[in-house]
Design a protein around this ligand. Structure first.
Ligand SMILES: Cc1cc2nc3c(=O)[nH]c(=O)nc-3n(C[C@H](O)[C@H](O)[C@H](O)COP(=O)(O)OP(=O)(O)OC[C@H]3O[C@@H](n4cnc5c(N)ncnc54)[C@H](O)[C@@H]3O)c2cc1C
Length: 325
């Protein structure tokens, strides 16, 4: 039987939602190919995370526990994943396309002599090939890619699949690993976080994104209120980031973050292709723009043509009222 290994993504001691999205697709591929789904988790207390992976269909969870995994440092991650792969002998290793996995994927593929299909939005197995679809050129085009290597690594964009549980009686497999942090040539000295307590943009179910149309601090306050009313993470176009109203970490698009929430509000955003590249996979897109010909309406599920300064106050009030009931 072939094995599909899902490398879990962990943030702040919790499995990221994108891990469960990848697990859901891995189960489908496993059913189509008569394979089994196993998972790997690297964390100082990885064992605690195993039950959640079993709830999503992992028949074995390879746990690698070491304090070094508290923060991402690539060399121990590559070493540990190499060990897991050698123990699990998978046909396919799949992981959410996080910054951390992107950081190790190339080196891991070289180390294992594996094929690599990075940042895909679909994947599967066709005969003796692993096949995938990868958005390219700011998501204007989709490339069909495949690999016939006996081992293939795939990283999957967040939001590409719907997470769903499928509990199994799994087994925990501890993997021997130790790392002398003193011998590492790389240390992570500090993580500068711009948004303590804010909703994480790349994992958010709802995103409120502001564009140049919000104009000034008063517009920004309305956007923050809308985000508060909907429990949303806050995003921004590059044009509005450049005005200084929002931090660069909020930028969504080709040169910013890629998000795929259930609900995306685009407020005063024209819909330039470089912005759309970062949000086009959102499930429901609500665009608010005073220009009826703005390209963002080509992507919107719901469009509100109007001045954001007039549209937002009653919308926020209605959402707050709805939240109370
Ligand atoms: C190499 C490269 C990479 C790039 N990467 C990115 C990227 O990652 N992310 C990104 O966002 N951009 C990126 N850009 C920039 C991109 O091309 C656009 O310039 C940018 O997305 C425009 O931002 P915007 O929609 O906020 O502003 P604008 O294009 O100026 O649009 C503002 C919109 O607000 C509307 N508006 C104005 N007033 C109101 C109002 N009162 N109420 C409602 N609507 C109103 C207008 O009708 C207009 O549609 C990149 C560009 C290049 C060349």
């Amino acid at each position: 039987m072939n094995t599909i290994l899902v490398a879990a993504a962990v943030q702040d001691g919790r499995l990221k939602r994108s891990t469960f999205e990848v697990m859901a697709r891995a189960r489908e591929v496993a059913a189509e190919t008569g394979s089994e789904v196993v998972a790997a988790v690297l964390h100082p207390t990885a064992r605690d995370l195993a039950p959640d992976l079993m709830r999503h269909g992992a028949v074995r969870v390879y746990v690698v526990e070491d304090p070094v995994f508290d923060r991402h440092v690539n060399v121990p991650v590559i070493d540990a994943l190499e060990r897991v792969v050698k123990a699990a002998l998978p046909r396919l290793v799949v992981a959410p396309s996080t910054e951390a996995f992107k950081d190790v994927m190339g080196a891991l593929a070289v180390r294992l002599g594996a094929g690599a299909l990075p940042d895909v939005s679909e994947f599967g197995v066709d005969g003796d090939s692993v096949v995938a679809v990868r958005p390219v050129m700011a998501a204007k085009m989709l490339a069909r890619v495949s690999s016939r290597e006996p081992l293939v690594l795939v990283s999957v964009r967040s939001g590409s699949y719907e997470a769903s549980a499928s509990p199994v009686e799994g087994e925990i497999v501890p993997v021997d690993f130790s790392c002398d942090a003193g011998t590492l040539r790389q240390t992570l000295r500090e993580v500068l976080s711009s948004g303590d307590g804010e909703v994480d943009l790349s994992e958010a179910r709802v995103v409120v994104a502001a564009g140049r149309g919000i104009r000034d601090e008063a517009g920004r306050d309305l956007v923050l209120e809308l985000a508060d009313a909907t429990g949303a993470a806050i995003g921004a176009s590059r044009a509005v980031v450049e005005t200084g109203l929002f931090p660069a970490t909020a930028q969504i698009g080709q040169t910013g973050k890629v998000v795929a929430p259930d609900l995306y509000f685009a407020v005063g955003i024209s819909g330039a292709i470089q912005h759309v590249a970062g949000m086009v996979n959102s499930r429901v897109i609500v665009a608010i723009n005073k220009d009826p010909d703005a390209p963002i309406f080509d992507y919107a599920t719901y469009g509100i043509v109007g001045d954001a300064f007039k549209v937002l106050p009653p919308l926020i009030e209605a959402l707050r009222d709805a939240g109370k009931t």
